[in-house]
Design a protein around this ligand. Structure first.
Ligand code: SF4
Length: 495
């Protein structure tokens, strides 16, 4: 059997890092980890190739002579996934789809030959058995969650890893919390399931043996969902693994209660984590209550962020405006909060209701779901009718984003972070691409950029006050170019 795995194009988004990747000559931010795991679940006798449209063009020649095209996609890839499906169907190739987009909206893809949905460890074996029997079904759904301790090592040899800015590992699935706008619990449940430390170390060994020394993203939605397993299992194993090795800095996502656990933060830093994305959502207690983000309530969130920064972990934050409880003052309050926190990477989006969430159910009942969920948190769009009115929400959002990502305000946040954060223990060893990025930044930000004044001020300030933070300062300045460009694109589209 000949199979082509296809990862559709990701549009320009906050997380695509398109305008920053140019500085380090990479083609994509993250590899298609789901498809690499699917490849490991397919029979050894099958011939399997992969085309990631974010790295290579999908040519007609790639499709000639194959038996199945396996397509995996997130919601953000909806349009490009539909284009790939149409193209395959025109060429008479059978399509098999799976992944978050298709699992959340199966009815929108009823024309696809086979929908193998939910977690592939559960549904793919049944599909493969039916192919063997000659009668594969149209749709496969899981009735339970798989034990991910049995999940195989992704087949990394299918990609050219040097095209990616970071590689990925998944340690856990599921989150113990239940924020009403989040589809993680709908997809993966509320009981975090974790891989064994040996499994993760084996995956890391494979990546390290390929020659990778750069960033590795633990793609868990809440890495600290099972703290005991981390403290007694994975983190000590990662600390031991790291001894005598170079590079391989980790980042992940977690909930804010990380700040309550100094031991956990210390272990994470020792294990090589240098940054963490946290859903902060709102400084407004009533909005936090509205979305059932109870674990963010009754806390000093600014103090929490400071504590995490001081542990050596840079905080990236997710924020939302457009809750029913939000008054027009929310925009300025979010700006004030973000500036005071020093969170440089502040992903601020309009409230959206992903299908399958409790928010989607509630707003559907209220007849307030008005379009498809875009899957892009920062495109200035929403699929719901906001309580404050769309016009007021859009205007407030536009003004807020314009301010947050203007060079003066953005560079102020970089300084706050550099002032507060502890110098990281593990550094990526400099390679020639990063050295060249430094010179490219000098030209594009320091000479040609609108931010040239802020850029040189930041570099001089960092060299005097925090010289070991210079690579981070340059990295954040480069990321700022991407974020600002994305804001300009979306603000233009909203106008
Ligand atoms: S804490 Fe994060 S991953 Fe967990 S339910 Fe809330 S938003 Fe989703």
């Amino acid at each position: 059997m000949k199979v082509l795995l296809i990862y559709p194009k990701i549009p320009e988004t906050f997380w695509s890092y398109k305008y920053a990747l140019r500085f380090i000559r990479k083609r994509s931010a993250f590899p298609p980890l789901g498809l690499l795991t699917i490849a490991a679940l397919l029979p050894d006798t099958w011939s399997v190739r992969l085309v990631d449209e974010n790295v290579d063009m999908l040519m007609d020649d790639d499709l000639i002579g194959i038996d199945f095209a396996f397509i995996s996609a997130m919601t953000i890839q909806r349009q490009s996934a539909m284009d790939v499906i149409d193209r395959c169907r025109e060429m008479g190739i059978k399509t098999v789809v799976g992944g978050p987009l298709f699992s959340a909206e199966p009815d929108a893809f009823a024309h696809v030959d086979h929908r193998v949905l939910d977690e592939a460890e559960c549904t793919l074996p049944a599909f493969l058995a039916d192919i063997q029997g000659g009668e594969p079904k149209k749709i496969y759904r899981a009735e339970s969650y798989p034990d991910i301790r049995l999940s195989p090592v992704p087949v990394w040899s299918l990609i050219k890893h040097h095209h990616y800015a970071s590689l990925s590992i998944q340690y856990s699935r599921g989150c113990p919390f239940n924020c009403d706008f989040c589809n993680v619990t709908a997809l993966f449940g509320r009981v975090p399931r974790v891989k064994s430390p040996q499994q993760v170390i084996h995956e890391l060994d494979v990546i390290y043996r390929m020659g990778w020394r750069g960033t590795i993203f633990f793609v868990d939605d809440n890495f600290i969902g099972n703290k005991k397993a981390l403290k007694q299992g994975l983190l000590p194993a990662l600390i031991a693994w790291r001894k005598g090795k170079k590079g391989c800095v980790f980042l992940t996502e977690s909930s804010i209660d990380l700040a309550d656990d100094p031991e956990l933060m210390t272990l994470m830093v020792q294990a090589g984590f240098d940054s963490v994305f946290i859903g902060i959502e709102s400084p407004d207690e009533t909005s936090l209550s509205e979305c059932h983000k109870f674990h963010n309530q009754n806390r000093n969130l600014l103090q929490d962020i400071r504590i995490i920064h001081r542990s050596g972990l840079q905080v990236m934050g997710g924020f939302i405006v457009g809750f029913d409880n939000d008054s027009p003052s929310i925009f300025q309050r979010q700006i004030n909060f973000i500036q005071r926190s020093g969170i440089v990477t502040a992903m601020v989006g309009l409230l959206q209701a992903p299908p399958g969430t409790r928010l989607f159910e509630r707003l559907s009942r209220e007849k307030r779901v008005c379009s498809d969920f875009s899957g892009d948190n920062v495109d200035g769009r929403t699929n719901i009718i906001p309580a404050m009115g769309m016009r007021r929400l859009s205007e407030g959002y536009r003004a807020m984003m314009h301010q947050l990502y203007s060079p003066r305000i953005y560079y102020q946040r970089i300084r706050t972070t550099l002032r507060e954060i502890r110098v990281p223990k593990v550094n990526n060893p400099p390679d020639w691409q990063h050295t060249l990025a430094f010179f490219r930044a000098a030209v594009h930000l320091g000479i040609l950029g609108k931010e040239r004044w802020q850029y040189w001020q930041l570099l001089i300030w960092t060299m005097i006050r925090r010289p070991r933070m210079l690579p981070l300062a340059v990295t954040l300045a480069i990321l700022g170019r991407h974020y600002r460009r994305m804001c300009e694109v979306h603000i233009q589209n909203m106008a």
